[in-house]
Design a protein around this ligand. Structure first.
Ligand code: SAM
Length: 512
């Protein structure tokens, strides 16, 4: 295929992709070859500037005319020989090689010694593709700075690197962009948490755009510091920055302002003031295989909730607000994951503020729900209850689920409870639930289920680390939960994967 770049004609696409399909879909074979034989890509209207912006953006071009090989669709393809990107739509590797040659041709002295200009590895298989994504590649990666700066910096960097390569005879490895982005991740997280703590998004909610000095005086902070924080928030897509000043994006209005219906502000504070501190001791958590509250607090923690999360009214409120915010976003899915209409009473064990109870009551008007939680929690829970038609269906009962009898119910709910506890305590709690149940009663369990091969998505893995650093428990797999449930007389286990990292399991108590 020929393409025209800034008026010069170049044979850009040299790669030929051969796709072996595990299906005998002739149409698929035909479409692949049609694309490569018939398509001509023209770039005549693209300026050099635009091309560089594209290269540095790291964004794949649209897949028009090509194939997306991803998710379940990947099953159709057995292997790819040649450039993977050729197959999915745009031969990015070859394109970038050609651009480097076009705009940064090797100097005559370089030609004496072969220099590997492109550090974008050719992709032969899916396995190699994931290496490329993980390891990053130069130059097709995201960078900051103006286009001119980028081009200059790129050229200068390449010249120095190549000179060094010539001197040592070594080949330069790809620039580890992805690694450095990962490293910067914690700084971005802390910027988000700090903006929430300073209530930046509250001051900007439903207001006209404001300049940095206005916000600085409202949040009682320096102008130079506030401006930097606001700029980072804008770069993260949480604020919009215009000539008139900064304003909230929809995301900030919805989730970060503290008085929004679906606010995660409490969750942010809990992350900033509790979880962040625990994660500074991650190394100890890994070495010791246990949570780190004792290090953060400088004292022994006998009871995870009373001594750590609920050690003061303030930390208890943060915890409850955090649970409430997340529960409000997930409760509808939990309540509707299964048809629970056969039950007339439910007990949400460790139900905290009653956010899930409210959704259960809304979904099942014939259901009476008791929220069972520690006395201090029940006392504060009233603050989270909006008046509404569901109020009459919801009751609160105070107690300790390891010591006190549980309210009787046809359906027991354990949402994000078992993962906090060791196997011993899980057995203790499940046997109490089982004792309280009649045959036919239900147990609705909501947790993050780990994949048996421990290859889950990043969310599940982070959650596992989170449990290690914060709790006495761990995330478990479906098989592990099923064994636990069956051991306590709960069978006919059904599982539904919810959006995000949660899964719901419904089991039925059988006669002992
Ligand atoms: C991780 S939160 C989950 C809250 C709620 N189920 C949800 O998903 O949002 C754990 C809950 O268990 C409660 N809890 C912890 N220990 C308890 C105990 N010994 N007896 C009763 N409730 C307890 C906490 O107060 C808290 O509300």
């Amino acid at each position: 295929m020929l393409s025209r770049l800034s008026g010069k004609e170049h044979s850009v696409f040299t790669g030929v992709a051969i796709v072996h399909c595990s299906s005998n879909d002739r149409q698929l074979h035909t479409r692949v070859s049609e694309f490569y034989e018939e398509t001509t890509v023209k770039f005549s209207e693209l300026s050099e500037e635009l091309l560089w912006e594209y290269i540095h953006s790291g964004e794949p071009m649209d897949k028009a005319g090509g194939y997306g090989i991803q998710a379940l669709g990947g099953m159709l393809v057995e292997s790819v020989h040649g450039d993977f990107l050729n197959v999915v739509g745009f031969p990015l590797n070859h394109f970038c090689k050609q651009l480097v040659e076009l705009y940064y041709p090797p100097r005559p002295e370089d030609l004496r010694q072969p220099v590997q200009h492109d550090s974008i590895p050719a992709v032969d298989t899916f396995e190699h593709l994931s290496d490329v994504e993980g390891g990053g590649s130069e130059p097709a990666q995201r960078e900051t700075g103006s286009r001119d700066e980028k081009a200059e910096a790129g050229a200068a960097g390449r010249a120095t690197a190549e000179a060094e390569c010539h001197r040592t005879g070594a080949t330069l490895p790809p620039f580890p962009t992805r690694l450095l982005e990962l490293l910067d991740g914690f700084k971005l997280s802390k910027a988000l948490l700090t903006a929430c703590k300073l209530k930046v998004f509250d001051w900007l909610k439903d207001e006209a755009p404001q300049k940095a000095p206005d916000i600085a005086s409202k949040v009682d902070a320096s102008v130079c510091g506030t401006e930097k924080l606001l700029d980072v928030c804008a770069a993260m897509g949480l604020l919009e920055k215009t000539e008139q000043g900064y304003s909230n994006t929809e995301t900030a209005n919805l989730y970060l302002a503290s008085d929004s219906e679906y606010s995660l502000h409490g969750f942010m504070l809990q992350n900033n003031d509790v979880i962040w501190n625990l994660f500074t001791y991650l190394e100890f958590a890994i070495r010791e295989g246990r949570n780190q509250h004792h290090r953060v607090l400088g004292k022994k923690v006998e009871d995870l909730f009373q001594d750590a999360y609920y050690r003061s009214p303030e930390t208890q409120l943060w915890f409850m607000q955090a649970m409430h915010g997340v529960a409000k976003l997930t409760a509808r899915q939990v309540a509707t994951a299964f048809d629970l209409s056969r039950f007339s009473s439910a007990c949400d064990v460790g139900g905290c503020t009653g956010a899930l109870a409210r959704e259960l009551a809304r979904e099942y008007p014939g259901l009476q729900v008791t929220v069972f939680d520690l006395p201090d929690v029940v006392e504060l829970a009233a603050h989270f209850q909006p008046a509404g038609p569901q109020a009459a269906q919801i009751h609160f009962a105070a107690g300790d689920f390891f010591r006190d009898p549980l309210p009787s119910a046809e359906l027991y709910v354990l949402c994000r409870i078992l993962h906090n506890w060791s196997d011993d305590k899980v057995h203790k709690l499940l046997s109490k639930v089982a004792e309280s149940c009649q045959p036919g009663a239900g147990l609705l369990l909501v947790e993050t289920l780990l994949d048996e091969e421990k290859r889950e998505a990043q969310g599940g893995l982070i959650q596992s680390l989170n449990m290690l650093v914060q709790t006495e428990g761990r995330e478990r797999s479906r098989g592990e939960y099923q064994c636990l449930l069956e051991l306590h007389g709960f069978h006919q286990v059904q599982v539904v994967h919810l959006e995000g990292v949660l899964d719901a399991m419904l089991a039925t108590r059988v006669a002992p």
